[in-house]
Design a protein around this ligand. Structure first.
Ligand SMILES: CC(C)(COP(=O)(O)OP(=O)(O)OC[C@H]1O[C@@H](n2cnc3c(N)ncnc32)[C@H](O)[C@@H]1OP(=O)(O)O)[C@@H](O)C(=O)NCCC(=O)NCCS
Length: 286
């Protein structure tokens, strides 16, 4: 796919916030519940929030050429020692379907990274994504170099938008350590370490509910785990609901037990002849 350079600017006024909302409604559909109202967006961007939009000359006229946006705000959480640490919480990233796969999502995240680093408060961004969404998984782990050790059950309750309707909103929370060697390698498009197939344990795809109580081996020889994820599923198709629920249960069980056993999720890669798999590494943070 050919890449294009976009003009990325901070969103600072009401009209541009309304464009962000309309763009969000086009991307997520439903009643627009997924998109923050303008007064909230304005309050956040006047108080340290970062809302950046990408513009192209052939972007939609109604949006003054806006084709994507990324939005987040300063936040904090407790670390493993119970200390309060600063972070930036990224809430949403969207690119209009017609303009995808041209490098715009990546440019928006890199602009967000620059903005957060220059605020000088933290060098870490977290966000959540739906582990059923293969595109987002590849984008997050392979293009950005995030890692995760956190699975959140039904994070947002029931949502009515096109991607979530009829499903629990389970999410993986990812950590983007903006200056880590792993992230610097990813954004420089350098390869991460190759997976050692010698110590690899590959889980099989779920066929029935019985496959959703996943056993993760404790045998020390398994340094790397590969957990399958579905190929592109149309969340909007009613016929896919049973399949989606099965995958939801399976991935929830597999990822939760792997995190409990100290694995870190650090990749989403295509394995020869068996499709994309989440890659988890034992014990150490890669
Ligand atoms: C996720 C999203 C923002 C990506 O935006 P985008 O502009 O298409 O992404 P980019 O073109 O910058 O892609 C960067 C990389 O992500 C991966 N990627 C993106 N789309 C992909 C696809 N359809 N299939 C496989 N990999 C894909 C690729 O590795 C790609 O690099 P490459 O094109 O050099 O191979 C976009 O698909 C989107 O708006 N989705 C709906 C909203 C959403 O889910 N947001 C949450 C994101 S966590």
């Amino acid at each position: 796919m050919s890449k294009i350079l976009t003009d990325i600017r901070p969103v600072l006024d009401h009209t541009s916030c309304e464009h962000v909302q309309l763009l969000g409604k086009w991307v997520w559909g439903g009643t627009g519940e997924a998109v923050a109202p303008t007064p909230l967006l304005i309050t956040l961007i006047k108080n340290g929030g970062v809302l950046l939009a990408a513009y192209l000359p052939d972007g939609p006229y109604e949006l003054d050429g806006m084709v994507g946006f990324v939005f987040g705000f300063p936040a904090h959480e407790k670390d493993t020692d119970g200390q309060t640490v600063a972070k930036h919480c990224s809430h949403q990233l969207a690119v209009l379907p017609k303009f995808r796969r041209k490098g715009l999502g990546l440019q928006l995240k890199l602009a967000q990274r620059d903005a957060v680093i220059s605020q000088g408060m933290t060098d870490r961004i977290t966000w959540t994504f739906d582990p059923l969404q293969r595109v987002n998984a590849i984008f997050n782990f392979e293009s950005l170099g995030v890692t995760s050790q956190t699975y959140i059950n039904n994070a947002y309750g029931n949502l009515d938008d096109d991607l979530n309707i009829g499903l629990t909103t389970d999410r993986v929370q990812v950590d983007w350590d903006l200056t880590s060697p792993r992230v610097l390698r990813a954004i420089a498009k350098q390869k991460q370490d190759t997976i050692s197939h010698k110590n690899l344990y590959i889980l099989s795809e779920p066929k029935t509910d019985k496959d959703c109580n996943v056993h993760i081996p404790t045998d020390e020889k398994y340094v790397t785990l590969a957990v399958p994820l579905p190929n592109k599923i149309d969340n909007r198709a009613k016929s896919e609901q049973a399949n989606l629920s099965l995958w939801r249960q399976f991935l929830g069980s597999a990822l939760r037990s792997a995190f409990d056993k100290g694995y870190t999720l650090s990749g989403c890669q295509e394995l020869p002849n068996i499709g994309h798999h989440y890659i988890l590494i034992a014990d150490s943070k890669p």
